[in-house]
Structures are given as structure tokens and as C-alpha cells.
Design a binder for this molecule. Sequence first.
Ligand code: EZ4
Ligand code: CO
Length: 402
Amino acid sequence: MKITDAKVIVTCPGRNFVTLKIETDEGVTGVGDATVNGRELAVASYLNDHVIPLLIGRDPAMIEDTWQYLYRGAYWRRGPVTMAAIAAVDTALWDIKGKIAGLPVYQLLGGRSREGVTVYGHANADTVDGVLQEISRFVNLGYRAVRVQTGIPGIATTYGVSKDKLFYEPADAAIPTEAVWSTDRYLSHVPSVFARVREEFGPELKLLHDAHHRLTPIEAARLGKALEPYALTWLEDPVPAELQEGFRLIRQHTTTPIAVGEVFNTIWDCHQLISEQLIDYIRTTVVHAGGISHLRRIFDLAALYHVRSGSHGATDCSPVCMAAALQVDISIPNFGLQEYMRHTDATDTVFPHSYRFEDGYLHPSSEPGLGVDIDEGLAALYPYRPAALPVNRLEDHTMHNW
Ligand code: EZ4
Ligand code: CO
């Protein structure tokens, strides 16, 4: 069996997605997500110009060898663009392998380890009263876990608070919008939000919060400590993680569990965080961390150190990524939680899929392969629209992390 063709499909059914579709001489096809929010065309070019010519004629059954060929063979290793391209190839090859075997991919990964994949939704609003209402909405939909983000008094806009509520698309302009940030205002507000939420919803609901890489380790330690009475499931991305040993300081001060990893590309971005037990959840996902093969490698390392998975699942992870992530989530021993931001109806129709939400769980497709596809005719109706993520400045205009 041979790969005969591969094509990159860029479509914007509400937001931009990059999808790789691999074709074989036996007519079996596979899909992989290659979307890097705000940098979509760079991945499309990497695939079209540098990867697809190498795939033609290869045996699609050789998933690991193809991964190693693209990773080692590029000489220039890692990075979001390269790794998203490799992820798309890897994901598509697992899809093909599943279809040929007549089995959903999770069966090839060892079979089910649980009933369903527990997901968390995003309750967000400008005000605390508003967010309490939003949390009720998710609880009524059956969610067992909710991420809580609110506006910060004195700051005009902040990460995680959206107009559309069920959908969140921060990449809102071709030239990045500029937000203003104040860590002091944030730190003095957030604990009071969680005090109200626990008072209202009691101890059982799993609560999460995303600091979106905006703090220093000692600031994160202070926040973690202040949130301890409210027993968060995790505090996400407290600080940027280029400096993995920075997390040691957070660890020394707080028992609030720490999650990080949505922007990581390889196991090398988190091997110290994991092996020194500096985190509790590793949030890498299929599209940004080298596909199913590499994600599984990261999660296997994490399992040795009591670290559980918590894969990123924002709207910029396409339904192809979500379908693949669920195959991993259902099968690994150390699954923690899966993020689930719903896609718009337009996105869902461009990417027909058979995973489904019920009672707070997502259930992976049981069709052969990943159980997801791209409707190319529909995709063509939604041309690419330039859209960049915002940037962030402190009140004195110093550039900060968004
Ligand atoms: O900002 O996916 O946990 N979820 C997140 C997301 C990210 C976007 C960036 O493209 O942090 O909302
Ligand atoms: Co996040």
C-alpha cells in the first residue's frame, strides 16, 4: 500500500482551520489537524512545500518511521509549525490504519480504560454574578467540571471572557488587538470569585482556572495559596514554561494542582516538569504536540510521575484534533480531564464527526479510524481570513504575555 497524494485544506467556517488529507492507492484516506492559531498559512506552506513531496510513495502503515523521518530528517527540529505538520501526518496515518483494521483508533492503543472522557466547559462573564449564571448553564448541560474566568475590575478586557459564551475566538483581527493587563488587580480579585463560586455550588463541582501565562512564579505561588480553600482541580498556565525549573518555586508554596502545556510541542518541553513532579496535569494535545504517537509518548512519561493528562481542546483545535484526542483520552491509564470548547454549527458541518457529548462525558467515535472527515465542498465555501491572537501590555505599555 502506498500514499498517492496529500492535500492541505484551509477553511474558515467561523475561524481558520488547516487540515491535511492523505490519499492511498487503495482508496482509503486519512485526516489530520494542522491548525496553529494565527499562523495557519505557515503550517500550510511547511506541509505543501516540504512534507507532502516526501510522503508520496511511502507505506502509510509505517507511522513511527514516518514520524522519525519527518522529525529527524528536517535537521531543524521542534517548534510549533514543524510539529503541527508532523502531527497532521501522524494523525492521518492513524486514521488510515484504523480504517484498514476496521477498528476505532483507541482499540489500536489498547482499548477503553474508562466509560467516557470527562470534559470541562468554559464559564465566563464580565461579572461574578454573570459567571455564576454561566456555571449553572454548564451544570444543567451535565458538565462535571467547569473552567471559571471573569472580568477584572479596572481592566477593560481580559483573557477568557467572550461575547458568544459557548464559543470563544480570541483571534479577532488581522493585526493583533492590544489588551491591557494588571497582575495586581487580577491577584486581588480572583480569590473572591472562587469564594462566591464554592459558596453557590458546593464542594463537588470540579473548578479550574487559566492564568494564561501572565504571572511570575512567586505571584503564581501567592495565587495558588489564596485559592487553596476553594480546592481547584487545577490552576492552568500560571507562568510561561520556557524555564521549567521556575515551577519549583510554585510547588514549594502551594498545594493547588498545576496544569501546563497547551503551547508545548514535544516531550522535551515538559520532561523536567514531569520527571521532577513540578506539575499535576500535562495539557499537550494532538495537533500541537506531534500527533497521536508523540502525545502518547508524553503521557506515558507522565504516568511514571503521577502526572495526568489534561489536553487542550479550545475551538482552534479542529474537530479532527478533538476526534483524535478522544481516542487517546479513552485509552490511556493516566487520563485527567479534556478541555471541550464547542465549535460553531458551521465548523461542525464542515467536519462531520461521530464523537458525542452526554452527561458530562465526550464519547469517542467507534467507527473505524478516527470517525471524522472534512467536507471539501463545504470547506471551499469558507475562504481563509487573516486573524491573529491579541497582544498584551502592562498599564505602562510594557509588552507582556497574552
Ligand atoms: O488561548 O487556544 O485553555 N485554553 C486556552 C485557549 C488559548 C487558545 C489560543 O489559540 O488557553 O483559549
Ligand atoms: Co489555556
